[in-house]
Design a protein around this ligand. Structure first.
Ligand SMILES: O=P(O)(O)OC[C@H]1O[C@H](OP(=O)(O)OP(=O)(O)O)[C@H](O)[C@@H]1O
Ligand code: HPA
Ligand SMILES: [Mg+2]
Length: 162
């Protein structure tokens, strides 16, 4: 995990050389990934947080996103990288990206630790992706099931028994 995060950071360091980067961490899941990535970036970095929710306590996206916490700072004219822990149905980012684009960033890229391409319902252009994973509900490293297990220091699959 750390090796892959370091590789992504290196790629970002090269591509954004000489520029400042503004990271947007999508709470709460991408908190851990944002920290690990940010520590490895070498340019001047600023960080802001937004919280949107579509899952509630279930394992399937509701398709609607609600903004629960707005950004603190303007992103107009800034080089923005949105940090996600996972892209699953794509509903969260396919709604959030146009919302952020309207605020006039100089550039906007998407960086995710995990991608579940088999589950996609809405298109998302991913710029940096840690790992493609199969269609299993995963927890740990920031990812929750009903708000639990975010603190696991690894990614695990939840198995549901009836
Ligand atoms: O591609 P999607 O199907 O939209 O799923 C991905 C999103 O769902 C999760 O967030 P959630 O709404 O559970 O909030 P959380 O980060 O606080 O757990 C996850 O952190 C992503 O933001
Ligand atoms: O597999 C997942 N685990 C936790 N949260 C999620 N949000 C979308 N997919 C997932
Ligand atoms: Mg969640």
């Amino acid at each position: 995990m750390e090796t892959r995060i370091a590789e992504i950071a290196e790629q970002i360091n090269k591509e954004y050389e000489g520029r400042d980067v503004h990271l947007i961490c999508i709470l709460k899941g991408s908190l851990f990934f944002t920290c690990e990535l940010a520590k490895r970036l070498t340019m001047p970095v600023t960080i802001d947080f937004i919280q949107v929710s579509s899952y509630g306590s279930g394992t399937v996206s509701s398709g609607n996103i609600k903004i629960k916490k707005e950004l603190d700072e303007s992103i107009e004219g800034r080089d923005v990288i949105v940090i996600e822990d996972i892209i699953d149905s794509g509903n969260t980012l396919s709604r959030l990206v146009p919302y952020l684009q309207k605020m006039g960033p100089a550039s906007l890229k998407i960086c995710t630790l995990l991608d579940k391409p088999d589950r996609r319902e809405a298109d998302v252009n991913v710029d940096y992706n840690g790992f493609d994973i199969p269609d299993k509900f995963v927890v740990g490293y920031g990812l929750d099931y009903d708000q639990k297990y975010r603190n696991l220091p690894y990614i695990g699959v939840i198995e549901f028994v009836d």
